[in-house]
Ligand binder design. Structure first.
Ligand code: ZN
Length: 143
């Protein structure tokens, strides 16, 4: 079990919310109750497996240049899909077991996971619009 949490500033009202990385459901802003963009940096599988929301995993490493290019897009996706997606950054060097389970071959790699099962993935740095389209299509394909 993790005790980790992340401070998330609400885009609507600016309030800073401390959200447990393993919070159930989707975290609302304590002040205005809007959905918060949920971006967690973790090596704990429970953050992924315990999520009620679909999880977007960004498999990255500090030495990976293209990973740095894709990072702002991943952050933006957390905002765009607030309340619909939990975005989890996984440093593959620090979390080899998660990396192995996902079958990460090269990075950056993005995975969409629900109930511990990967239902979509994409490899390589792509522009924001393409990533957005991929997430939208993948989520739509599941409903
Ligand atoms: Zn708020």
């Amino acid at each position: 079990m993790t005790q980790s949490s992340t401070i998330i500033a609400c885009p609507s009202c600016g309030a800073k919310n401390r959200v447990s990385d393993t919070a159930a459901g989707r975290p609302p802003c304590a002040k205005c109750h809007d959905d918060l963009p949920w971006l967690v940096d973790t090596t704990d599988p429970e953050v992924i497996d315990g999520s009620a929301l679909p999880v977007l995993i960004d498999a990255w490493a500090p030495w990976c240049g293209p990973c740095r290019m894709v990072a702002p897009s991943v952050e933006r996706l957390a905002g765009t899909f607030a309340g619909r997606l939990k975005v989890v950054k996984v440093n593959v060097d620090d979390a080899p077991s998660i990396s192995r389970r996902l079958g990460v071959q090269s990075i950056p790699a993005l995975f969409l996971v629900q109930d511990g099962e990967v239902f979509s993935s994409t490899v390589g740095a792509a522009p924001y619009d393409r990533l957005h389209g991929w997430v939208e299509r993948s989520l739509a394909g599941r409903s």
